[in-house]
Design a protein around this ligand. Structure first.
Ligand SMILES: Nc1ncnc2c1ncn2[C@@H]1O[C@H](COP(=O)(O)OP(=O)(O)O)[C@@H](O)[C@H]1O
Ligand SMILES: [Mg+2]
Length: 239
């Protein structure tokens, strides 16, 4: 699943998702088609309840789609059923997921919450901790490196969870409203870091957002309305 030129990092065809069945069924995604290339950071917009989280979680192999096709780096992941044998390894090694709310491990400090993923991937403790410290520095929370999670503010916890999603340099990053709990200065720092990752580390990134300050930064935007996806050109304002 390495980055190969011209093979899209993320390719979605006719993806659908229905929650439940019968009279209570809710169709959250209808026939979604989407292509994201390595090095791109695309925005995913849409009103509340339009299916943004559902789409991101299907792409992140967290939620089961109802049908369609998903390929990452040219490798089929889902084709009317999961094709990848070990979805936990897939999530660990290939997908950085930033959740709408930070899910951090309460008995580990900020640095440990970030370093444990590279360690699970087989990196040495020294390298994993170095990577965690570098990310804390870039996100301007190095001074909170040893803090317990309960001692961190909501915005600090969110930045730790962003650092954790980036720690393994995954080829795909899926971010669900990552800047919602952050002020505009910190939101821009996060967006800068994501753009740097996209360019330097050959990553493809989808960012769900309502944030008026960051929407102009995207060159390409997808809009979801009632589970139907449309593509539009963005402003691509430089950071
Ligand atoms: N676990 C679930 N069970 C049933 N319906 C759900 C579930 N999760 C989300 N939905 C419904 O799917 C639709 C899309 O939700 P969601 O993907 O969370 O939208 P968004 O992230 O754009 O706010 C909504 O109608 C929501 O109520
Ligand atoms: Mg959502």
């Amino acid at each position: 699943m390495s980055a190969v030129k011209n093979i899209p990092a993320i390719q979605v065809e006719n993806l659908s998702k229905t929650y439940g069945s019968g009279a209570s069924a809710v169709t959250a995604l209808r026939d979604i088609n989407m292509t994201v290339h390595t090095g791109e950071v695309v925005g995913l917009l849409g009103p509340s309840g339009s299916g943004k989280t559902t789409l991101l979680q299907c792409l992140g192999a967290i939620l089961d789609p109802s049908g369609g096709h998903i390929a990452l780096g040219g490798e089929t992941l889902y084709d009317d059923g999961w094709k990848y044998h070990d979805r936990r390894a897939l999530r660990r090694d290939h997908i950085g997921f930033i959740f709408q709310r930070p899910y951090l491990i309460p008995f580990m400090n900020a640095t440990e919450n970030i370093a444990f993923l590279p360690m699970l991937q087989g990196k040495s403790n020294r390298m994993a901790y170095q990577r965690a410290r570098d990310l804390l520095e870039l996100l301007e929370i190095a001074h909170r490196a040893d803090a317990r999670i309960e001692q961190l503010s909501g915005g600090e916890q969110q930045r730790v969870s962003i650092a954790r999603a980036l720690a393994n340099d995954p080829p795909v990053i899926l971010a669900d409203e990552p800047t919602a709990p952050l002020d505009s200065h910190r939101a821009l720092i996060v967006m800068k870091l994501l753009h740097q990752m996209a360019q330097k580390a050959q990553t493809a990134i989808i960012v769900v957002t309502h944030d008026e300050n960051i929407i102009p930064l995207f060159r390409r935007l997808y809009y979801l309305r009632d589970g139907v996806l449309h593509e539009e050109q963005g402003e691509g304002k430089p950071l």
